[in-house]
Design a protein around this ligand. Structure first.
Ligand SMILES: Nc1ncnc2c1ncn2[C@@H]1O[C@H](COP(=O)(O)OP(=O)(O)OP(=O)(O)O)[C@@H](O)[C@H]1O
Ligand SMILES: Nc1ccn([C@@H]2O[C@H](COP(=O)(O)O)[C@@H](O)[C@H]2O)c(=O)n1
Length: 228
């Protein structure tokens, strides 16, 4: 660019649960002055709305019929991301065990995915300086033309240990089983499953600190911007 300002860059970060997508994406976006979008929070938010409104989670037809009703708004400041449903701050209730155990069933419904995907694309298109978008299908479906695609992985043991630490010493075995169950559901759904895009860079974070993963992704973005 003539004035030396960096070109807007779109970064897609996908991967299974607990691989470090949110922590990495927020830090990379903050460091590079980009917006940040947590797409899992949007699926959690619509799940929270379904639960709160008594919709039967085991009935995809019932979910599809009301998928267009809740208004979901995501704030994209990486230092203070927000999420509201019909004006209510749901950042805490979307992290409950109940929502976590039900989100894969809701996110598998095609009408839900169509609604949320449209929202994600419009947020990415409006991000003036560029954006880091993290989820499960960003590189494959939501933003197939992203400038850089990263697919984070880590062993189930490492991911369970990270989550157990977060949940103040929750049982490792059951945490591992719950992670794998959610990954299996997200990977096997028909519409836009969790998958690595063919042109994504895979980063195995099992033996890396969070700081090392952030540094690795920042370097990849800078190389992409430099045209390497
Ligand atoms: N490389 C790492 N080493 C150690 N801990 C990490 C690393 N990356 C992330 N963590 C920790 O692991 C936990 C899960 O990370 P994070 O929420 O970023 O994962 P995620 O992939 O976004 O998970 P989910 O998809 O379930 O939302 C957090 O407590 C985070 O601090
Ligand atoms: N692009 C995405 C992102 C998330 N999901 C679904 O949401 C669940 C919660 O995601 P977290 O990252 O907050 O753990 C996840 O298990 C998926 O069911 C999705 O389908 N697509």
């Amino acid at each position: 660019m003539e004035n030396g300002a960096a070109q807007p860059v779109i970064v897609a970060i996908d991967g299974p649960s607990g691989t470090g997508k949110s922590s990495t994406s927020k830090a990379v976006a903050a460091q590079l002055g980009l917006s940040y979008l947590d797409t899992g929070a949007q699926y959690r938010a619509i799940t929270w709305w379904m639960v709160t409104n008594g919709i039967d989670i085991d009935d995809p037809t019932a979910i599809a019929a009301v998928a267009g009703k809740p208004e979901i708004v995501s704030g994209t400041d990486p230092n203070a991301p927000t999420i509201t449903v019909d004006g209510t701050d749901v950042s805490a209730p979307i992290r409950t065990q109940e929502v976590t155990s039900k989100v894969s069933a809701v996110s598998a419904v095609p009408e839900v995915r169509a609604r949320i995907t449209e929202l994600q694309r419009s947020i990415a298109a409006g991000a003036e300086n560029g954006i880091v978008v993290e989820g499960r299908d960003i590189g494959t479906t939501v933003l197939p033309d992203a400038d850089l695609k990263i697919f984070l992985t880590a062993s189930p043991e490492a991911r369970a240990a990270r989550r157990s630490g977060e949940l103040k010493g929750a049982d490792l075995h059951s945490t591992r089983e719950a992670l794998l169950k959610r990954d299996a559901a997200d990977s096997s759904r028909k519409t836009s499953p969790l998958a690595k895009a063919d042109d994504a860079v895979e980063v195995d974070t099992t033996d890396l600190t969070l700081a090392q993963v952030i540094e690795c992704v920042v370097t990849l973005v800078e190389e992409k911007r430099a045209g390497k």
